[in-house]
Design a protein around this ligand. Structure first.
Ligand code: SF4
Length: 212
């Protein structure tokens, strides 16, 4: 499918996502009660990667006083292009050397008020209006209160809308030649454009606007 075709498809999905009823989603949510075990934040219990949108990164920067690349890094996957640069399409929260989220402090989220959608909605997600769920000890037995379920449903819909907006924005700005003139870097494409990410002086990361 062409990029224009993809954008049209995402816009159609976006219209549907915006029209989703939170009451309907809340009614369909399976049993779940967060046990505050923080396993979803830890590296020892499976993939704890948290991908984030530019707006979420800014909210965390404002809450912590950290710089962009102190909060996130390019996603790990991504093919190497003809210039020798890796092409990435998502940002992910940084992790500690043991694999735990960099914001996990004494078993609690250190950026709770500014935590990303993925953390707010774990273990659930919406896929074309259907509720999906990841592994979680909280999924056995106890149910959320009606108020909690409604709040979860609202967050799930907001996340789905934001994901689709990000996809449209990314495709509208996509420039797969953004890394020309550089080599050995990562080019991250997001809804705000294309960014070159690498290391300067051996260790210091930098992020700069790629040429358009
Ligand atoms: S941002 Fe907070 S809730 Fe999300 S993985 Fe990190 S510590 Fe856990």
């Amino acid at each position: 499918m062409s990029v224009e075709g993809e954008i049209r498809r995402f816009r159609k999905d976006l219209k549907k996502a915006r029209a989703t009823s939170p009451d309907e989603i809340a009614r369909r949510l399976p049993a779940f009660k967060c046990r505050r075990c923080a396993k979803c934040c830890r590296g020892a219990y499976g993939d704890n990667t948290v991908t984030v949108f530019p707006g979420e990164i800014r909210a965390i920067m404002a809450a912590t006083g950290r710089e962009w690349l102190e909060v996130v890094e390019p996603e790990e996957d991504g093919d190497v292009d003809g210039h020798g640069n890796r092409q990435a399409f998502e940002w992910a929260l940084r992790k500690k050397p043991d694999g735990d989220c960099i914001f996990l402090e004494d078993g609690r989220c250190g950026i709770y008020e500014a935590r990303p959608f993925i953390c707010r909605t774990y273990p659930f997600y919406l896929d074309e209006g259907e509720i999906g769920a990841g592994e979680c000890d909280g999924r056995s037995g106890e149910r959320m209160s009606a108020q909690e379920a409604r709040a979860m449903a609202e967050q799930l819909i907001a996340r789905s809308v934001r994901e689709l907006e990000e996809s449209v924005g990314l495709l509208e700005k996509l420039d797969m030649e953004a890394g020309r003139g550089a080599t050995g870097l990562t080019v991250v494409h997001d809804s705000e454009g294309s960014w070159l990410v690498g290391e300067r002086s051996g260790a210091r990361h930098f992020r700069g606007k790629a040429r358009r």
